[in-house]
Design a protein around this ligand. Structure first.
Ligand code: PLP
Length: 452
């Protein structure tokens, strides 16, 4: 239902354009058109300021894993806000929500990721990880091991450190990035960059770039390799099957840390609790945020292995932390989110039922004349739009023009899908039902027909 207590849409849009600077948005475009204003949400549906219901195929920004409007989450926040709205965990203090959340994360995380450093978001978690990886080596008398290797078209956030780790060239152009000590290798995007190679050959070739880069920089200078198990913001780039096994071989051979950025993949997105379980990866540090609280409040974390935590804890003080590290209300909300994910067996349902159902419907989209490859892992999926499937051709128009058009057609059909260039992507709430999946596919097909 439409929330009654707001101004008419045009007035909200005018105030928005006059005073509100939006992330990743061209100001002029916003002024010309006006933002779409979301006023309420329930389950998998958003309601806009005109009272229109929209199916949210993106779970907000890949984060509302348990769906919108959960009363228990509001109650958990209200209880904690009354009990203790704020206290910090600096200088030898702690509080129950931080303690319980850290213990819970240690329980559900794979391997020996038994320690948590709390942050406010995915970006500042990756800044923490960058410093922690370098400090880890410095504490062991190897301060020259400083370089972090990451991937072009990876996304790790927007702060100076995280955006430097990321491989978004458009972001690097603004503000003097990357900061020193970060180098990039190519991504395993077979559709766009695979040329004449088979996907499997290409996966191996791209993985070997890690080894080449380690040798070029010098093993004694490399601190870590960071990567998303499945690149999300880069366009849901699902790597060829050969990619991760080859990366694992290389990681085992050289003495460097592996940081898995699970800001999107974590908390069920790939059909397991963590993307590292889907691909059998064993990170030394894992970045978490988004699905940790299903986006109900901002919170992020660095999950740290016994090996790394022992060194960090034994050395000089790790001079790092945020006022909102382990914010008690956010931590209480995250704990409630994890309880819901567990008690309602949401991830098990994705793995056994709704995930395979979505996969079948999603892959069938390749019968559309404009859809080249369709990729899906759990509940993150993409399709590549192309004028010619056989040659994997790009459109004559500027990259992203057709994708943008398709996104607009989706929205006109009351579906949120995102476009990254000419790839269309979805990442719906994990609680999406089979009838809602049918509706998503029906609206997506209609939007594709209208774009074609
Ligand atoms: N890492 C990954 C893989 C992400 O997808 C994102 C955000 O989309 C981030 C880090 C940054 O997280 P935040 O926007 O919470 O700072």
């Amino acid at each position: 239902p439409m929330s009654e207590n707001h101004l008419p849409t045009a007035e909200l849009q005018a105030l928005d354009a006059a005073h509100h600077m939006h992330p990743f948005t061209e100001g002029d475009a916003l002024n010309a058109k006006g933002a779409r204003i979301i006023t309420a949400a329930q389950g998998c549906y958003l309601t806009d300021s005109d009272g229109i219901e929209i199916l949210d195929g993106m779970a907000g920004l890949w984060c509302v894993n348990i769906g919108y409007g959960r009363q228990e989450m509001a109650d958990a926040a209200a209880r904690q806000m009354r009990q203790l709205p704020f206290y910090n965990t600096f200088f030898q203090t702690s509080h129950p929500p931080a303690i319980h959340l850290a213990a819970k994360l240690a329980e559900i995380a794979p391997g020996d990721l038994n320690h948590v450093f709390f942050n406010g978001s995915g970006s500042d978690s990756n800044d923490t990880n960058l410093r922690m990886a370098r400090v880890y080596w410095a504490h062991q008398g190897k301060p020259e091991k400083q370089v972090v290797i990451s991937r072009w078209n990876g996304y790790h956030g927007s702060t100076m450190g995280a955006a430097s780790l990321g491989g978004m060239k458009g972001m690097h152009k603004q503000g003097g990035l990357p900061i020193p000590g970060i180098v990039h290798i190519n991504q395993p995007d077979w559709w766009a960059e695979g040329g004449d190679m088979s996907p499997e050959e290409f996966g191996i070739a791209r993985a070997r770039e890690l080894e080449e880069m380690i040798l070029e920089v010098g093993e004694d200078k490399v601190a870590a390799f960071i990567a998303e198990p499945v690149q999300g913001a880069g366009g849901v780039i699902v790597p060829p099957d050969s990619y991760w096994p080859e990366i694992k071989r290389i990681l085992a051979k050289y003495d460097i840390l592996f940081i898995a950025d699970e800001v999107i993949c974590g908390f069920g997105r790939t059909g397991n609790w963590f993307g590292c379980q889907t691909y059998d990866l064993h990170p030394d540090i894992m970045t978490i945020a988004k699905g940790l609280s299903s986006g109900y409040l901002p919170i992020g974390g660095s999950l740290v292995s016994d090996k790394v935590a022992q060194v960090i804890n034994a050395g000089d003080e790790f001079a790092h932390g945020y006022t909102y590290s382990a914010h008690p209300v956010a931590a209480a909300v995250a704990l409630e989110n994890l309880r819901i994910l567990q008690d309602e067996k949401i991830i098990e349902t994705v793995q056994a039922e709704t995930g395979p159902y979505l996969k079948e419907k999603w892959e069938a989209l390749t019968d559309h004349p404009m859809v080249g490859e369709a990729k899906i892992v759990g509940m993150m999926a993409s399709i590549a739009l192309t004028p010619d499937k056989a040659s994997r051709a790009k459109f004559a128009a500027k990259a992203g023009t057709v994708g943008l058009m398709a996104r607009e057609r989706c929205f006109a059909n009351h579906l949120v899908m995102r476009h990254v260039g000419d790839r269309m992507i979805i990442s719906p709430p994990l609680v999406i039902t089979k009838p809602e999946i049918d509706l998503l596919i029906e609206r997506a097909r209609k939007a594709l027909d209208e774009t074609y």
